[in-house]
Ligand binder design. Structure first.
Ligand SMILES: Cc1cc2nc3c(=O)[nH]c(=O)nc-3n(C[C@H](O)[C@H](O)[C@H](O)COP(=O)(O)OP(=O)(O)OC[C@H]3O[C@@H](n4cnc5c(N)ncnc54)[C@H](O)[C@@H]3O)c2cc1C
Length: 525
């Protein structure tokens, strides 16, 4: 007879693992079923050529929640940073370079902007700090609240009210602004403007002039590494080492993780979830099922429309998730020579972005199904600080490439090879000779991210981070508290509040919702 579990978690992305770890820590029996042969989802390390190991998708840590790190003992389980506070070098197409580290800036920046930077950051970091309590809460429902939800609503209001009158007014004024206007109001130098604009749009289908991009910037600044808010860290061993640490913690608490176990169906009987069926037909029973897959995949494919109310089904089908970000990973025979950059810059984060106007111009073609030939890129060279990343003297380069539309006019399968050439040409302008250094490459288009990583539309948040898809509207109105409208079914991934990025927050919150609502199964003595 097969075993029944208190909870099955579908997917061993970092959120599924965090959720499983918290459930197992509470004494529940937990089985994690992952379709891929490795844990991590979009937070994995890939070997792209023998000895060359690089974060396949996500490469930088800035939001992994300190409570998750502490409560799951992730440092003990192997979480480590090759560098805990990276410097950023912003490179313009004209050869100009700006160096940024926390409040300090040097290079292509006006003296007045150097003076303005600490005050600007202080203002944004303070706002982001006030929003932080929202990360680990269940968003209250807009209607029909009970006492617990009223408390959550009060906490939400308090988080904003506690800013004080002047800051609250400032927050309400800028929260709905776009990042383009915000940086124009505060700085004159294009590269410092570009640095903040880039952080606001990376991973989204938004340009600097899109509404809500101040919120996406605040979301990026909400996290901390060690005690430093807004810092950016490079995990030792790549992002896969982070999820391996979470998996080790989950196992240590007693969770079982099965790879190569794709769930084909969530079985519903009498309006209640009773377990899952694997793609090969195996049925596994559970008291409840928590899905790390996207809301769209979970509800429309795995549950199926016949179990869903028509309005709810329509709302889920309408979630906007069109990825506009690709990933380029290169194995290199030597350290690339970026114009004007020194060894310290190469060990940090490199952002290719000239100005907010240039970024907006790169966004434009994507609206019509075309890529930008000179895209915004966020680059790291992990092997510069992490000897485990590449054979001695050789290197790996990891580049997040913005504005590669999911719905490419000519289709990604036909255009992939040409796009790779476009990206290498673009890199060659900033790092002459890099083409000759390429030993191997891996290009992940949004279509690949959907097909190989299960991200709907190849979107790294599983659904756009837009005002109408945040908080109590994420993933859709009426279903933002992790429990779905079918008894025993929960969501725990990036498509749920507060969204994507390697934060662990949706996984943590979903576990709390499950523990509050789903009782453990009675076991035979
Ligand atoms: C190119 C790129 C770069 C990024 N860069 C960064 C970055 O630098 N920093 C950062 O913080 N974030 C970054 N992100 C975002 C971040 O990676 C994601 O938001 C985050 O990893 C989502 O985690 P998740 O656990 O919610 O979902 P996922 O990582 O998508 O995991 C979902 C898991 O569920 C599994 N699954 C789905 N369906 C089934 C099924 N039917 N049966 C079994 N298993 C199933 C999938 O295989 C997958 O393992 C990036 C994303 C991309 C794509």
């Amino acid at each position: 007879m097969s075993t029944r579990y208190d909870h099955i978690v579908i997917g061993a992305g970092h959120n599924g693992l965090v959720c499983a770890a918290y459930l197992a820590r509470a004494g529940r029996s937990v089985l994690v079923l992952e379709a891929a042969e490795e844990v991590g989802g979009a937070a994995r390390t890939a070997e792209i050529a023998p000895g060359f190991r690089v974060s396949a998708c996500a490469h930088l840590l800035y939001g992994l929640h300190p409570r998750v790190i502490r409560e799951l003992s992730l440092r003990r389980h192997g979480l480590d940073y090759a560098s805990a506070s990276l410097q950023t070098a912003v490179m313009g197409a004209d050869g100009s370079v700006l160096r940024l580290k926390t409040d300090h800036a040097a290079g292509a920046i006006d003296a007045a902007d150097i003076v303005a930077l600490p005050g600007f950051r202080r203002r944004l970091l303070k706002m982001a700090r006030h929003l932080r309590p929202m990360l680990l809460m269940q968003p209250p429902r807009l209607a029909g609240r009970d006492l617990k939800q009223n408390i959550d609503l009060a906490r939400l209001g308090f988080a904003i009210r506690s800013m004080g009158q002047a800051d609250m007014r400032d927050f309400l004024r800028i929260a709905t602004m776009n990042v383009f206007d915000l940086v124009q109001d505060n700085f004159a130098s294009p590269l410092i403007q570009a640095a903040f604009a880039a952080d606001a749009v990376l991973g989204t289908n938004l340009g600097p002039r899109s509404p809500g991009t101040v919120l996406t910037l605040l979301y990026r600044l909400i996290g901390e590494v060690g005690p430093v808010q807004g810092a950016v860290a490079l995990p030792r061993g790549g992002m896969g080492a982070v999820t391996q640490a979470i998996a080790a913690s989950a196992r240590d608490f007693g969770a079982t993780i099965r790879m190569g176990a794709a769930v084909g169906r969530i079985r519903v009987e009498g309006e209640r979830v009773v377990g899952v069926e694997l793609a090969d037909g195996e049925f596994i029973a559970a008291g409840s099922v928590v899905s790390n897959a996207s809301p769209q995949r979970t509800l429309l494919d795995l549950v199926g429309p016949r179990h869903l109310d028509a309005g709810f089904q329509r709302d889920i089908g309408k979630i906007r998730a069109k990825g506009n970000t690709a990933k380029l990973n290169l194995a290199l025979s030597g350290l690339p020579a970026f114009r004007g950059l020194d060894a310290a810059d190469l060990a940090g984060r490199i952002v290719l972005a000239g100005s907010p106007s240039a970024i907006e111009a790169q966004f434009d073609p994507s609206k019509y199904g075309e890529w930008s030939p000179e895209p915004l890129m966020e680059i790291t060279i992990p092997s510069a600080t992490d000897a485990t990343a590449a054979p001695s003297g050789q290197h790996v380069l990891s580049a997040v490439v913005q504005y590669a539309p999911y719905r490419l006019k000519e289709g990604w399968d036909a255009a992939r090879a040409r796009y790779l050439e476009v990206l290498l040409d673009h890199l060659e302008r900033f790092a002459p000779g890099i083409r000759q250094q390429v030993v191997a490459q891996q290009l992940l288009t949004p279509l690949d991210l959907e097909r190989d990583y299960g991200m709907p539309g190849g979107h790294w948040h599983h659904g756009e981070l837009a005002i109408d898809q945040l908080l109590m509207l994420r993933p859709v109105n009426g279903a933002a508290r992790y429990a779905m409208p079918i008894a025993g079914l929960f969501l725990c991934g990036a498509g749920a509040h507060p969204g994507g990025g390697v934060t662990g927050a949706p996984g943590h919150n979903a576990a709390q919702a499950v523990l509050a609502e789903a009782k453990p199964l009675e076991r035979a003595a």
